[in-house]
Design a protein around this ligand. Structure first.
Ligand SMILES: [Mg+2]
Length: 421
């Protein structure tokens, strides 16, 4: 069954990306502990911290007050997605000088398939060094590059000497490398899957690879087989080019309130404003949707979500609002409180007008990735492309963005995992 032609794949991962971009564009921030966040005055979380801040224990995902507590002199910078997208476009141009086969994995991570470029650019190590040098000279940033024969391994390799790292994980070293590696390090094995595997006594890739594959299959279905292969570093997933046909799945907005509210009227005001924004965005993109999805986070950080299908496709603020409101009114905000509220419209159809937001497909892809990443990281965010849906629907057992195997994404989380509501 095993393939195939040898491949050489680079994973390029920018170091402390948003923070480095800000430090590059403002010399006064260089060498200082800085944090990129949503609203510095609000209750957002740390998106990216500079290495200077990390030295103080500041981490991605911390609340801002926690970051300030860890590092009192930390400088908070509001994120500027346009700036990061612009920079990513420059990076992408550099990658394309080396190979046309570039996958935008996120705003600051790309896979490059450089198979067969030796005669042009030298061996993989030389290619990686040239890319790093060019990025340093032309964009002024450092990155970490992993080289391996699969995306899964290249991604692991880029982490090894971070920051400004370069590591070639050769095939013969793979078994030794994976033997004691924690399964949670594998891109695609998230906390839930780690939890279930730990329950089986599996903690390392070595243990996972030795676990009988039939038992994994019994428990996890096709994912079980994928897991077995991942534990061995096997992954035929190709480097995926930006695709024009990437479809918009939903359009939505959400907001973390400046302070928790227990007042339904206040909640309704936010909801109305969100619905207006969503409708505006739908219209701007010539979409109409049929399903309204409401997402609530309570002050204790537990979540609630529900959707409602409307009779006809709409891009009308009030119709969206009415549907969302009918869900909201069933929740006892007075006693449960409200921390975050989000609404999105899904089940979309596109109007006759052409959707042409970006001059070319990879620009769009980078923008998509930027939005996803911003959404992932901020307490308050502007949401498009269905991120809320990912959070609240039955969760795909493997992280959605990661497709080591085409079967995997079809698999839905179907285990007895406690549901929040
Ligand atoms: Mg990075």
């Amino acid at each position: 069954m095993e393939p195939k032609k040898e491949r050489t794949i680079l994973h390029v991962d920018m170091d402390a990306y948003f923070a480095s971009v800000e430090q590059k564009s403002n010399p006064l921030l260089r060498g200082k502990p800085i944090v990129i966040c949503g609203n510095p005055e609000g209750r957002s979380v740390v998106s990216t911290s500079s290495y200077e801040a990390r030295a103080w224990g500041v981490k991605t995902g911390m609340m801002l007050w926690q970051a300030k507590k860890a590092c009192p002199q930390v400088i908070l910078i509001q994120c500027d997605p346009d700036k990061y997208v612009e920079t990513s476009l420059k990076l992408h141009r550099i990658y394309q000088e080396f190979t046309p086969v570039v996958e935008v994995f996120s705003i600051d991570e790309s896979f490059l398939d450089i198979t067969g470029t030796e005669r042009l650019f030298g061996n993989p190590l030389q290619v990686a060094k040239r890319i790093k040098k060019k990025i340093k000279e032309e964009v002024g940033l450092t990155c970490s590059v992993g080289i391996a024969s699969t995306k899964l391994l290249a991604k692991l390799a880029s982490d090894i000497n971070k920051p400004d790292g370069l590591f070639w994980l050769k095939d013969e070293k793979v078994p030794g490398f994976l033997k004691d590696l924690s399964i949670s390090e594998i891109c695609g094995i998230g906390p839930r899957l780690t939890f279930h595997l730990n329950k089986l006594g599996i903690h390392t890739c070595g243990e996972l690879s030795r676990y009988p594959v039939e038992l994994l299959e019994n428990k996890f279905g096709k994912v079980g087989i994928a897991l077995h292969r991942m534990a061995l570093g096997l992954d035929e997933g190709p480097v995926l080019l930006a695709r024009e046909d990437e479809k918009v799945k939903s359009v939505g907005h959400s907001i973390t309130l400046p302070e928790d509210t227990y007042n339904l009227e206040t909640a309704k005001k936010y909801l109305l404003s969100l619905c207006e924004q969503v409708a505006r965005r739908l219209r701007r993109k010539y979409y109409k949707g049929k399903t309204v999805f409401l997402f609530i986070r309570f002050p204790d950080f537990s979540d609630f979500s529900r959707q409602k299908t409307i009779i006809k496709f709409t891009d009308d603020d009030r119709e969206i609002y009415q549907s969302a409101l009918s869900i909201l009114e069933k929740i006892n905000i007075e006693s449960l409180g409200l921390r975050l509220i989000g609404v999105s419209v899904t089940n979309l159809v596109k109007g006759t007008d052409q959707l042409s937001l970006f001059p070319d497909e990879w620009r769009k892809q980078i923008l998509l990735a930027a939005m996803d990443k911003v959404n992932d990281r901020y307490g308050e965010f502007t949401l498009t492309w269905g991120r809320l849906m990912y959070q609240a629907k039955p969760v795909s057992i493997l992280t959605p963005a990661w497709r080591p195997d085409k079967h995997v994404k079809k698999f839905k989380f179907a285990l007895d995992f406690p549901q929040r509501s």
